[in-house]
Design a protein around this ligand. Structure first.
Ligand code: BGC
Length: 250
């Protein structure tokens, strides 16, 4: 199936047409800045513009940076609070004129990695951690997703919220050296390890390209690998999510 995958992040919105049979991109990936403030109106306009630019009228898979329960946003850590309670899938369907299927952005990235990437065929528990403006997480057991694992908001034993301690946004804002930031990330991963005992951790987001810079600081016993789709996992996974919903509704 060909589906437009859109990944709404705290700082950028990325889109590409995806072939869901193999997760390949059929067009160049487009990136625009996430509007500030990121309200339903401003994000809706941005998505409308993207869909028009790509001349797309088919289904859209949307990865969105919030817990998404049956199409409804339940949280809003890095977007405007007015998203909370909004049926985002229906709202963006209206705004774009396309059928939109929405999932949490980290869950979407995880789907791409489990289908065609670093988690493909991995049995047991796989934890995906996407590192960006926020710290997104997705949990899979034997390839099945447990949706909306909001583990980026876990409190560490130093009293800090994981996301506010070790996200990419924090690394940049505080100008942390890779070593310093790597230690912080390790602290988060260690906490998640103790909570979920995963068999594999997959790190996604922009910094996954730089894993070798902070790998020496990672001390968890779980094997840690970079996402195969790096920063594109969200776009590909959003399309895969939409495909699964379309097939389910028959
Ligand atoms: C949000 C998650 C999201 C993550 C990455 C967090 O602040 O609560 O829903 O997956 O950021 O965007």
């Amino acid at each position: 199936m060909q589906i437009l995958g859109i990944d709404v992040g705290g700082s950028g919105i990325k889109a590409a047409l995806v072939e869901t049979a193999d997760g390949s991109l059929l067009t160049e990936r487009i990136r625009i800045e996430t509007p500030r403030p990121a309200t339903p109106q401003s994000v809706g306009k941005a998505l409308q513009g993207l869909v028009r630019q790509m001349d797309w009228k088919g289904p859209v898979g949307l990865g969105f940076p919030a817990a998404i329960q049956h199409g409804i946003a339940r949280t809003a850590a890095n977007i405007d609070k007015s998203f909370i309670g909004l049926p985002v899938a229906d709202y963006f369907s209206e705004q774009t004129g396309c059928e939109v299927y929405a999932a949490n952005d980290a869950d979407a990235a995880g789907l791409a990695e489990m289908h065609f990437g670093a988690g493909q065929g991995v049995p047991g528990v796989v934890l995906i951690v996407t590192i960006g403006t926020g710290l997104g997480t997705a949990l899979f057991t034997d390839g099945h997703l447990l949706p909306n694992a909001e583990l980026g908001h876990v409190l560490l034993d130093n009293g800090r919220e994981a996301e506010r301690y070790a996200s990419e946004a924090v690394r940049v804002a505080k100008k942390l050296k890779w070593k310093e930031w790597g230690k912080r990330l390790d602290h988060c991963l260690e906490t998640l390890e103790r909570l979920h005992w995963p068999d594999l951790m997959v790190l996604g987001g922009g910094v996954s390209k730089k894993l070798e810079k902070f790998a020496p600081m990672i001390s968890v016993r779980t094997p840690v690998v970079a996402a195969k789709f790096l920063n594109q996992a969200g776009v590909v996974g959003a399309a895969l999510f939409a495909e699964s919903r379309i097939r389910r509704s028959g």
